[in-house]
Write a protein that binds this ligand. Structure first.
Ligand code: PBG
Length: 327
């Protein structure tokens, strides 16, 4: 005991702190989300996400080079299509913004890991993550099993374009199995699935819905995304996705769910990601712009906390800034 024991000895200098640091953070841990808009000719800034823009597909090559040169772990692509309809059929258009961007990015930077978000909410005119059908009282609800077909077709279109990993974010039951089957059936057994296994119905997606133009036109997503009060259910979702053939799992959002992240980490041996979502990003940006905190220190501390809680990798809009600060 004190005075023999003095934990501060290991905090005395940068060199000793660095030696005994338990959690590390590297650019290769970070995945940058990108939004490709089919009809844009120039980047269009997203008001609620300072420094983030919707991009024309013609920007894909430059984005791929930048991400590769920064040493990022990969990119995650979202698409904004020219046309939307009730079933989200543009989600599997082989000439849609995501397949086109994937092709260009893998051409110019073959070593850059390209992940695609698989969901229909950016492609449906009602903004829900599934196809709708009349419920028992005539009101509309999401048709789980009909949606699986569209998701499988979208994943296949992305795989055909050259995506390394497809990442379903819709929260339909059975989608990992349906996508795995569709990919294997067409010879894409090597394409990996990163499942948004544990995705909560969160207020922190607000800015993203501007970015991806996918806010639901009526109702909310509580009928398919998870209830924020539930943690045991997270383990169930993770287990089901693992059994259906997911190669990697994800918890989303990150910061309000670090406890869940730790529990899922302990329950699976699969690689685990966490999505530091748009609202988490916007909070930091707003506080930094108001002079309320030091952006660089805050971002690196938050990203470290997500790693410490159990994430192998982090999907984050701070990826380029953090990679620069870490160099
Ligand atoms: C759905 C999807 C969402 C996000 C990623 N994929 C939005 C939603 O579920 O409403 C949110 C990402 C973020 O907030 O940064 N395709």
């Amino acid at each position: 005991m004190f005075p023999n024991v003095r934990p501060r000895r290991l905090r005395r200098s940068g060199s000793i702190r660095s030696l005994v640091r338990e959690t590390t953070l590297a650019p290769s841990d970070l995945i940058l989300p990108l939004f490709f808009h089919e009809t844009l000719d120039a980047p269009r800034p997203i008001a609620t996400m300072p420094g983030v823009s919707q991009l024309p597909v013609s920007a894909a090559a430059a984005e791929a080079r930048m991400a590769h040169e920064a040493g990022l772990g990969g990119v995650l692509l979202f698409g904004l299509p020219r046309t939307k309809d009730a079933t989200g059929s543009s989600a599997y258009d082989p000439n849609g913004p995501v397949p086109r961007a994937v092709t260009v990015m893998k051409d110019v930077a073959p070593d850059l890991l390209v992940i695609t978000d698989v969901c229909v909410d950016e492609y449906t005119d009602h903004g829900h993550c599934g196809i709708l059908k009349p419920g028992p009282r005539g009101d509309l609800e999401v048709d789980n099993d009909a949606t699986l077909e569209v998701l499988a077709k979208a994943a296949l279109a992305h795989a055909k374009a050259g995506a390394d990993v497809v990442a379903p974010s819709d929260m339909m039951d059975g989608r990992v199995g349906a996508i795995r089957k569709a990919l294997d059936g067409e010879g894409f057994s090597e394409t990996a699935i990163l499942s948004y296994s544990v995705k909560y119905a969160s207020s922190f997606y607000g800015p993203f819905r501007d970015a991806a133009d996918c806010a639901p036109k009526f109702g909310d997503r509580a009928g398919y995304q998870m209830d924020p009060g539930n943690a045991r259910e997270a383990l169930r979702e993770a287990r089901l996705d693992e059994e259906e053939g997911a190669d990697m799992l994800m918890v989303k959002p990150a910061l309000p769910y670090l406890d869940v992240l730790t529990r899922v980490r302990e329950a699976t041996t699969l690689p685990l990601g966490a999505y530091n979502v748009s609202g988490e990003f916007a909070m930091i940006k707003a506080a930094a712009a108001a002079g309320m905190l030091d952006e660089r220190r805050a971002v690196l501390e938050l990203l470290t906390s997500i790693r410490r809680a159990g994430a192998d990798f982090i999907l984050t809009y701070h990826a380029h800034d953090a990679a620069r600060w870490l160099r």
